[in-house]
Design a protein around this ligand. Structure first.
Ligand SMILES: [Cu+2]
Length: 184
């Protein structure tokens, strides 16, 4: 399958060239070209959402007692939620959505590498007194976790539950995000 590798390289090169095509306005050149769109990767627990599609905002507080408030959330499949995550404590906390399995594995890595930097659209790292925000689309039904994976916090029970109620479609047959649904 060397051919496909080369073909991919050619496509990428073509895309890069297209992206670099100068616009008519030369002032555009001074803009930061690195700020591309976020790559949306489908996860078992959903996919990165768009703030404009979020009809619901959920505020979650993170406490030094190693608890979230609230600790349980319910959403409907297909719902895009804007999470406003407030760190009400005096130490760093984070809000990471995932399956229990994924968070378990991730938390283990955080113990081995405490200084590890990680950043994904389904997590927010929030300094004391600050507020973080993420927008997530729950396009797959199931029971998921949100957790603080900072070493010691997860182990102390800093975990909450998100239940995503299915819309009646067969389990595992989650529909793709409704890209065409732009009418209001
Ligand atoms: Cu924490």
């Amino acid at each position: 399958m060397q051919l496909s590798k080369h073909a991919l390289a050619a496509v990428l090169a073509a895309l890069a060239t297209a992206g670099a095509t100068p616009a008519f306005a030369h002032s555009e050149d001074t803009h930061d070209k690195k700020a591309g769109p976020v790559v949306k990767e489908q996860k078992d627990w959903g996919i990165a959402g768009e703030a404009r599609n979020a009809k619901r905002t959920v505020e979650v507080r993170m406490l030094d007692s190693m608890r979230f408030s609230p600790e349980q959330l319910e959403v409907r499949q297909g719902e895009t939620v804007r999470f406003v995550v407030r760190n009400a404590g005096a130490v760093m906390h984070e809000f990471v959505i995932g399956t229990k399995k994924e968070n378990d594995a991730h938390a283990e890595m955080m113990i081995k590498h405490p200084g590890m930097e990680h950043d994904e659209p389904y997590m927010a790292h929030v300094a004391p007194g600050k507020t973080g925000e993420i927008v997530w689309t729950f396009n797959r039904p199931g029971e998921f976790d949100f957790a603080c994976l900072i070493a010691g916090h997860y182990q102390a029970g800093m975990v909450g539950k998100i239940k995503v109620a299915g819309t009646g479609t067969a389990a595992g047959q989650a529909p793709a995000p409704k890209q065409a649904a732009h009418k209001h």
